[in-house]
Design a protein around this ligand. Structure first.
Ligand code: NAD
Ligand code: MG
Length: 391
């Protein structure tokens, strides 16, 4: 290839209109935007105006809304641009199947699994924000990426921190993975306080600005529960090697403990763009305009043990890890159903974990998944049981 063209990279962003998606576009713009990258596809759901604006800005080839009823609105918004438009699940698959070398998986929840797998099968590098892929499909997902020949690069700040703190030739000496957790908005709340909290208070994360699902998940610590399972599959460690420590300032993003007593940590201000940039340019680092840590201003870092009585999600993650098999898929789907019910005002905050636990117990004896169809079937069954318990 001629000099100057060989380093152009083709990128696709699944979920470009969300919190991770917009941060990804910001990083891409900082690194040279369309001068340096070809953006093949962008996808969103409800916010077609933003999606259309993003697609025009970066000169995307294809824009997809997951919501079929918005196909005409998106087509309208992009008329005269020459940008192709598609909608629905097949549109998401079409986006993932274009030949981008790097795909940001930033759709929220289970709808992200099928398109991310499509990109994995054809060998794209997967920058993984959608942790639900690993929580529900676990080893099958990891195998799909490696069979396709692409790399799986974590974007979740904790897992990016671990990825950065792992010494490649010292894997034998890894003793433990220490996931940090901010503790969320209810870190110091009593169980009684937590019983009656509203969606508005639950979504107000002290340190990070994120989408609704993960913000509520940070308040209930289901997000950390997901991250424990995510770590298990990403780093191939045993469940008992995964620790969680509450660190309210969210400055240490996570740590790796080695058998000689050393602990390697990655620190930074809470800004997802560092992890996104690392996933985009890995294994190189690149300059980014993000706030720098000022240790003198910071003055102190605090740590406390997590409370599994107020945050049963952590205990449920351990149960899922111990039981193995399809329990991750069940935990993920039951939590999504419980989350919907909480957000719609049908159940209280603490009821979410009770529902998840009940569904996990009812589905505790399923054999491990042999195929993705088993994940889909477990997802449907978990939602069916959750709906039954919710009614
Ligand atoms: P968000 O709600 O801000 O954005 C979600 C994206 O998914 C949007 O583009 C939306 O249009 C799209 N989407 C929603 N429903 C869809 C559907 N049914 N089909 C297809 N697309 C759909 O969410 P977010 O906070 O950006 O999180 C995205 C993913 O990244 C989640 O898996 C989350 O756990 C993970 N993550 C987020 C952060 C963060 O800082 N926001 C950090 C770590 C990991
Ligand atoms: Mg995280």
């Amino acid at each position: 290839m001629a000099p100057g063209t060989s380093d152009r990279r083709k990128l696709t962003i699944l979920g470009s209109t969300g919190s991770i998606g917009t941060n990804t576009l910001d990083v891409i713009a900082q690194l040279g935007g369309r001068e340096r990258f070809d953006i093949l596809a962008l996808t969103g759901s409800g916010n077609v105006e933003l999606l259309a604006r993003q697609a025009r800005d970066v000169g995307a080839k294809l824009a997809v809304t997951a919501d079929e009823t918005l196909f005409a609105a998106l087509k309208d918004a992009l008329s005269g641009s020459g940008i192709n438009v598609a909608a629905g699940k097949s549109g998401l698959i079409e986006a993932a199947d274009m030949d981008a070398e790097w795909v940001m998986a930033a759709i929220v929840g289970t709808p992200g699994l099928a398109p991310t797998l499509t990109a994995a099968h054809r060998g794209a590098d997967i920058a993984l924000a959608n942790k639900e892929c690993l929580v529900s499909a676990g080893d099958l997902f990891v195998k799909a990426v490696s069979a396709g020949g692409g790399r799986l690069i974590p974007v979740d700040s904790e897992h990016s921190a671990i990825f950065q703190s792992l010494e490649r030739d010292q894997r034998h000496a890894v003793e433990r993975i220490i996931l940090t957790a901010s503790g969320g908005p209810f870190r110091t709340a009593t169980l009684e306080d937590m019983r009656n909290v509203t969606v508005e208070t639950a979504r107000a994360h002290p340190n990070w600005s994120m989408g609704l699902k993960i913000s509520i998940g940070s308040a209930s610590m289901f997000n950390k529960a997901f991250e424990m399972i995510e770590a298990r599959h990403l780093f191939d460690v045993r469940p008992e090697q995964i620790e969680v420590i509450v660190h309210p300032q969210s400055i240490i993003h996570s740590m790796v403990g080695y058998s000689d007593g050393a602990v390697m940590a990655q620190l930074g201000v809470p800004d997802m763009r560092t992890a996104i940039g690392y996933a985009l340019t890995y294994p190189r680092r690149t300059a980014l305009d993000v706030e720098r840590l000022d240790f003198a201003k910071l003055a102190r870092l605090d740590f406390e043990a997590p409370d599994e009585t107020r945050f049963p999600a952590l205990r449920l993650a351990r149960t899922a890890l111990e039981r193995g098999g399809l329990q991750g898929a069940v935990l993920n789907s039951a939590e999504e159903a419980a989350f919907d019910a909480f957000v719609e005002g049908r159940i209280g905050f603490l009821r979410m974990a009770e529902i998840v636990e009940a569904v996990m117990d009812r589905m505790a004896h399923l054999p491990p998944a042999a195929h993705m169809d088993d994940i889909v079937a477990a997802d449907e069954e978990a939602r069916r049981i959750a709906t039954e318990l919710l009614s």
